[in-house]
Design a protein around this ligand. Sequence first.
Ligand SMILES: Cc1cc2nc3c(=O)[nH]c(=O)nc-3n(C[C@H](O)[C@H](O)[C@H](O)COP(=O)(O)OP(=O)(O)OC[C@H]3O[C@@H](n4cnc5c(N)ncnc54)[C@H](O)[C@@H]3O)c2cc1C
Length: 386
Amino acid sequence: MNNEPDPHQEIRDAVRQLCSQYPDEYFRQVDEKKAYPEKFVDALMEAGWLAAMIPEEYGGPGLGLTAASVIMEEINRCGGNSGAVHGQMYNMSTLLRSGSQAQKEKYLPAIAAGKLRIQSMGVTEPTTGTDTTKIKTTAVKKDGRYVINGQKVWISRVQHSDLMILLARTTPLGEVTKKSDGMSIFIVDLRQAIGHGLTVRPIPNLVNHETNELFFDNLEIPEENLIGEEGRGFKYILDGLNAERTLIAAECIGDGYWFIERATKYAKERVVFDRPIGKNQGVQFPIAEAFIEIEAANLMRFEACRLFDAYLPCGGPANMAKYLAAKASWEAANVCLQTHGGFGFSNEYDIERKFRETRLYQVAPISTNLILAYVAEHLLGLPRSF
Ligand SMILES: Cc1cc2nc3c(=O)[nH]c(=O)nc-3n(C[C@H](O)[C@H](O)[C@H](O)COP(=O)(O)OP(=O)(O)OC[C@H]3O[C@@H](n4cnc5c(N)ncnc54)[C@H](O)[C@@H]3O)c2cc1C
């Protein structure tokens, strides 16, 4: 909103240029077919955008989360949905911060070259939900391998990824003093695992989001696929979760600006009672209010990015950015739909599609209530409510 030059303008222009080749009709058709945007994702990989965070020594440009978040924002701002690709960015931060030298050498150059995807993260389970420390999926060490048994739910992009970061219990909950101890994270090579101990069952859902139930039945993975030290996985995955929340905040900001732009344009053009509908305060005020909220959420998003990139604690701002941005984009979606009247319901305007897409972020990757509980407990020192 100010006149200062945007330090990310080059990235924005380049991503917009790429996205301009994938207009509304492309994403509308992908949505109607419940398909994966293959061509778009291939183009992003070829242009190197999904390797943004990989350090130069492994063949990437070595950009931080801030730049990655701008890429995700722009995709959503142009009418697309970063949900098809954002896993690569937040999983990357887990691998970069907690992976061994050998793991980085093995995977990063191939990811940078666009030959390998690390798009999936398996945390959520059907019987434990947000109560992550109670997960029941186990990894038991045996003869130089880990044997995985259990079940996950809502695990996205498994069918469009080569690698997945998996959270499993390596020490039973009853045997640890701190309940977040005793969990570990692993790199699962999906190309080898599916059909050999891992079964994938897709979940049809409200948005066009490739997401699945996973069943582990004695899946064996090499012990060198353990990330970091055994039993400390929850700590490691928090980096990925904070990155995920921050990136999703940026995606919501992108959605929010998309909704505001569409609503503003339509409010100027649509004439009813011989005047543009945008001349009525009842139409313009909600758009202005939604815009203010997007702008405010954007400040918190950049603060969370800054702290993450500086290796400083960022749990508070990452959660608050996700809360504010998801709320603001949902308000903007509602206002955009209302401004378009009946036409907002037509698939042709793409508003109903984006409306469904942005709704997800009230629930995933962490629900609004759980963010409020985090802030109450960790930032305000109130008693833990669960
Ligand atoms: C499309 C989609 C894609 C997803 N992709 C992934 C993925 O790739 N990987 C992955 O691991 N997970 C993924 N998830 C899972 C997602 O992270 C969870 O759905 C989310 O964290 C909420 O967990 P839950 O569904 O088990 O809800 P629950 O934990 O069962 O909660 C249900 C409701 O109760 C509320 N609630 C629960 N406990 C409390 C409490 N103590 N106080 C107040 N309110 C409470 C919650 O806020 C929520 O509204 C995805 C989900 C969806 C829908």
